[in-house]
Design a protein around this ligand. Structure first.
Ligand code: NAD
Ligand code: DAU
Length: 336
């Protein structure tokens, strides 16, 4: 019988890409539990709404009754993407980060334990490791040293999740991926913010000196890796996911301007993010060796296709940018 997978946060960027990935060619049914926060967008999954293998449940992972409703049907596996995810918002107000990322993960773990699931994949982030200097990479053994309320809440969730393996023998696996890019990313994050601002001939805000480094992976490669972990990850293990693709922010900014034929005069250096991590780099040897994961989308092709997606799906991001997000943008960037 086809497995029933509970995906949380499926209306967000990575969750919606993951649901598209699961429903195209993998033998499973999907329940999507999503609160529809500012980042959750039903438009991301409009094309699968009528699919008999897909069920949407609107609810909060931090609400016991909502979580129980999602577990009303038999659930075989859980992939927990639901989270508050934007570092800058966690600096403005950490409240929702603690509620969703910590309490929410706890509620899911409890429900999954009672349901006796075959696998619980906790989607974490490389940001739990903190910041690197000029050399070295994060391995799964790197001590956790989170620097923002966002990354600290994710590190807390990791510890809770792993405790459910050690204490209760629950088949929990934690993944820690580097920065994702691709279609359906909310335009508060660097790449869609740059592309959409450039298309609107608006300034491109670059924090600090623009030399902070991130390690970019296409969202579909992240989804492929998460699926491998869901199917074959060792219970109790942590897997780093990355594409060996370090770029300074300013390189990304200039590359996007060049791709769109826009002038570099749009670049504006602004006040740095407090506690801004300097560099992230992922050592993904373990997932390559144990699960055979290989990156399939080289950055050059991936970024070109991604820029084109935002050019061709202007209605998608214009609807977002004209709503609640406009008020956030004003607070975040005005006078910075
Ligand atoms: P996103 O902000 O685009 O989407 C988050 C989704 O979670 C939204 O649909 C939102 O409505 C939902 N959500 C938020 N709070 C909820 C709650 N209390 N109950 C139910 N649903 C809720 O996030 P994303 O960028 O797709 O990230 C998904 C996951 O991947 C997160 O756990 C994040 O920490 C992790 N991650 C992201 C990246 C990245 O580069 N974006 C990299 C590594 C790890
Ligand atoms: O590393 C994984 C993490 O990547 C995920 O866990 C987070 O959910 C995700 O938001 C992302 O975090 P970052 O802080 O790295 O992503 P963000 O897109 O916010 O910023 C990327 C870099 O660009 C960072 O160095 C800050 C810089 N930046 C960002 C914005 C929004 C700018 O220079 N200007 C901007 O306007």
């Amino acid at each position: 019988m086809a497995k029933q997978i509970l995906v949380t946060g499926g209306c967000g960027f990575i969750g919606s890409n993951f649901i598209h990935y699961l429903l195209s060619g993998h033998d499973c049914n999907v329940t999507n539990l999503d609160k529809l926060t500012y980042a959750g967008n039903l438009d991301n999954l409009r094309d699968v709404e009528g699919n008999p293998r897909y069920t949407f449940v609107k609810g909060d992972i931090a609400d016991r009754a909502d979580v129980e409703a999602a577990f009303a049907a038999k659930i075989d596996g859980v992939v927990n993407f639901a989270a508050e995810t934007h570092v800058d918002r966690s600096i403005l107000d950490p409240d929702a980060f603690v509620a969703t990322n910590i309490t929410g993960t706890y509620r899911l773990l409890e429900a999954a334990r009672k349901a006796g699931v075959d696998k619980f994949v906790q989607i974490s982030t490389d940001e739990v490791y903190g910041s690197l200097g000029a050399s070295g990479k994060f391995s799964e053994e790197t001590p956790l040293s989170p620097n923002s309320p966002y990354s600290a809440s994710k590190a807390s969730a990791d510890m809770l999740a792993l405790s459910y393996f050690r204490t209760f023998g629950m088949p929990v696996v934690v993944t820690r991926c580097s920065n994702n890019y691709g279609p359906y990313q909310f335009p508060e994050k660097l790449i869609p913010l740059l592309v959409t601002n450039a298309l609107e001939e608006k300034q491109l805000p670059v924090y600090g000196d623009g030399l902070n480094v991130r390690d970019w992976i296409h969202v579909i490669d992240h989804c492929r890796a998460v699926h491998m972990v869901l199917e074959g990850g060792t219970p109790g293990a942590v897997y780093n996911i990355g594409a060996d693709n370090e770029r300074a922010n300013i390189e990304i900014v200039k590359g996007i301007l060049a791709a769109l034929g826009k002038p570099e005069s749009l670049i504006t250096y602004v006040k740095d993010r407090p506690g801004h991590d300097r560099r992230y780099a992922i050592d993904a040897t373990k997932i390559r060796r144990e699960l055979g994961f290989e990156v399939s989308i080289p950055f050059g092709r991936g970024i070109e296709e991604t820029v084109r997606w935002y050019v061709e799906n202007r209605g998608w991001w214009e609807r977002i940018k004209s709503g609640e997000y406009a008020a956030y943008y004003e607070v975040m960037y005005k006078g910075r």
